[in-house]
Design a protein around this ligand. Structure first.
Ligand code: ADP
Ligand code: ARG
Length: 328
């Protein structure tokens, strides 16, 4: 398919949602070159990089990661999830696709996914025709996406909904793929508890298998291309749902996250609130570092978050703790 580098701006998400953090989307892979003047400064600002460059993919040695369970006593981490986004190199992004293209891309993705074998083998479940109970259960279990994001809605992200959308999962429901949510594909590995090593290893295995079956859009400066500039590069978000009621109640919680390049979200996804002191904590940076570096950045930050929560539990309050970086 020919692509034109169209920038979605007449129904611009950022104009309709002035509280946007990024506020702009690329309507197809070529937009990152054609609209460099507007997109490149946004990319630099979001990813906090002075130069636009990204290393070649490096997933590390998955048989020798040097980390596994971040919470062996099972006190803090409820679940762990790592995801990447991937875009078919032959299709535009959501605003420029028509129903026929969404359906053909869904079919192409489905065939690749349903040919996976071993622990990754599973079945594709289209959203079209999925009964409400199944949909609700998959949502409650944090597996399924929805069409509630107003930022995506205003940039055409939900056009033709639910056509072309669906979810693939394996028998264990620890490897899942979102088809045509925000990105063409979101590959997800997740499980209960804090074993980041197992989750990451499964994801990397899946990425390598999928790369044998499909060709994904990749850019010399921006790594893997995604609809939203915030996901460029590794496209990797490694998160834990973690119980940190004490730390999160401290006025300096955001500062801790910033120091460790972490992002805190609520437990029902982006733009939601925490429930009962449980937060979604993940790496913020995705561009300008490798996959293994992004995961290590998240690991170090989560280990520190656990250490701080433990200290608060033991000592009974923020100001009785001594954290050198918070001295006033
Ligand atoms: P992403 O941008 O990575 O797709 P969202 O913030 O939109 O993430 O969340 C998508 C879904 O994944 C939500 O249902 C959220 O609750 C779930 N989720 C994210 N991280 C975890 C985790 N560590 N454990 C369980 N569910 C998670
Ligand atoms: N467009 C939204 C904003 O600018 C979301 C940005 C990042 N999130 C995402 N799902 N791409 O705030």
């Amino acid at each position: 398919m020919e692509t034109y580098g169209i920038l979605w701006c007449d129904k611009s998400s950022g104009c309709e949602n002035p509280d946007s953090g990024v506020g702009i989307y690329a309507a197809d892979p070529d937009a990152y070159n054609v609209f460099a003047d507007v997109l490149h400064p946004v990319i630099k600002d979001y990813h906090k990089v002075s130069e636009l460059k990204h290393p070649s993919p490096d997933f590390g040695d998955i048989n020798n990661l040097g980390f596994d369970n971040l919470d062996p006593s099972n006190e803090y981490i409820v679940s762990t999830r790592v995801r990447v986004g991937r875009s078919h190199d032959s299709y535009g992004f959501p605003p420029v696709l028509d129903k026929e293209q969404r359906l053909s891309m869904e079919q192409k993705s489905r065939e690749a996914l349903e040919s996976l074998t071993g622990e990754l083998a599973g079945k594709y479940h289209p959203l079209l025709g999925m009964d409400k109970t199944t949909q609700q259960q998959l949502t409650d279990d944090h597996f399924l996406f929805n069409d509630h994001d107003r930022f995506l809605k205003t940039c055409g992200g939900y056009d033709d909904w639910p056509y072309g959308r669906g979810i693939f999962f394996n028998n264990n429901k620890d490897f899942l793929v979102w088809v045509n949510e925000e990105d063409h594909l979101r590959l997800i590995s997740m499980q209960k508890g804090g074993n980041l090593g197992e989750v990451y290893k499964r994801l990397v295995t899946a990425i390598k298998e999928m790369e044998k079956k499909l060709t994904f859009a990749h850019h010399p400066k921006f790594g893997y291309l995604t609809f939203c500039p915030s996901n460029l590069g590794t496209t990797l978000r490694a998160s834990v749902h973690i119980k940190i009621p004490k730390l999160a109640a401290e006025p300096n919680f955001k500062e801790v996250c910033d120091k460790w390049n972490l992002q805190a979200r609520g437990i029902h996804g982006e733009h939601t609130e925490s429930v009962g002191g449980v937060y979604d904590i993940s790496n913020k940076r995705r561009l300008g570092l490798s996959e293994i570096e992004a995961v290590q950045e998240m690991r170090r930050g989560v280990e520190e978050i656990i250490r701080l929560e433990k200290s608060l539990n033991n000592k009974g309050g923020w100001f009785s703790c001594k954290f050198p970086f918070f001295k006033k």
